[in-house]
Design a protein around this ligand. Structure first.
Ligand code: ATP
Ligand code: MG
Length: 204
């Protein structure tokens, strides 16, 4: 942006195992609603919480994220978590990204409503809120659940919501479908679908 106009950068963190249209639609909806430029996709190296299954090698998740975002000129992929040793804590990533941008740049962390509830129940919540804004992606017509409602009220100046149409897609479901030999077409970009088959991911 020119003339010292305030710049807003979006951050979409995830395991992206694999990346799918839910992630892409949420990021694009947030980008348009909040004029984010660019949106950085940040694949994690080792997610500290969740994941009751062996997460796919980082190299594959990174390349699938690159393939999926390549057709959008406003999307970029960041290696900040992949290149840091150990577990990927969002707070570390936000500190690192915050320090790498000019103070006039505002950061917006985009996530699903589920993930934001997790994130903002952590002990670092005050620091998190000092580092960036949060955008929770929710489905149209979906009544903000009580917890999310409380959160958006309590942190009204820091936590926003954006409606996205594709929330029913999940990586878990896509992995299960591949394992069972079911189609995954139209749930994720064709380039990512081809990558999964080429490298035999998610097969038993
Ligand atoms: P898994 O099923 O393995 O948990 P996932 O589909 O939830 O995978 P993640 O990589 O865990 O994908 O999610 C990264 C971020 O994207 C999280 O903030 C999550 O809430 C959000 N997200 C995941 N699926 C969707 C979706 N369909 N629509 C909008 N946001 C989503
Ligand atoms: Mg998830």
């Amino acid at each position: 942006m020119t003339n010292g106009a305030l710049k807003r950068v979006g951050i979409m963190g995830g395991t992206f195992d694999p990346i799918h249209y839910g992630h892409l639609v949420a990021a694009e909806a947030a980008r348009v609603a909040f004029q984010l430029e660019p949106v950085l996709f940040v694949p994690n190296r080792l997610p500290p919480h969740k994941k009751d299954y062996p997460v796919t090698e980082a190299k594959h998740r990174y390349l699938m994220t690159v393939l999926a975002t390549i057709t959008n000129p406003h999307f970029e992929v960041s290696r900040v978590e992949l290149d840091r040793e150990g577990y990927s804590y969002t707070i570390d990533t936000l500190r690192e990204l915050r320090a790498s941008f000019d103070p006039t740049v505002d950061l917006y962390f985009i996530s699903g409503a589920d993930a934001i509830l997790d994130l903002l129940s952590w002990k670092d919540v005050d620091e998190l809120l000092s580092l960036c804004y949060f955008i929770a992606a929710t489905r149209p017509g979906y009544k903000l659940n009580v917890e999310l409602g409380h959160l958006t009220q309590r942190y009204a100046s820091k936590v926003f919501t954006v409606e996205v149409p594709a929330l029913a897609i999940s990586s878990t479901d896509i992995r299960r479908r591949v394992k069972e030999g079911k189609p995954i077409k139209y749930l994720l970009p064709e380039s990512v679908e081809n990558y999964i088959y080429k490298h035999n991911l998610y097969r038993p």
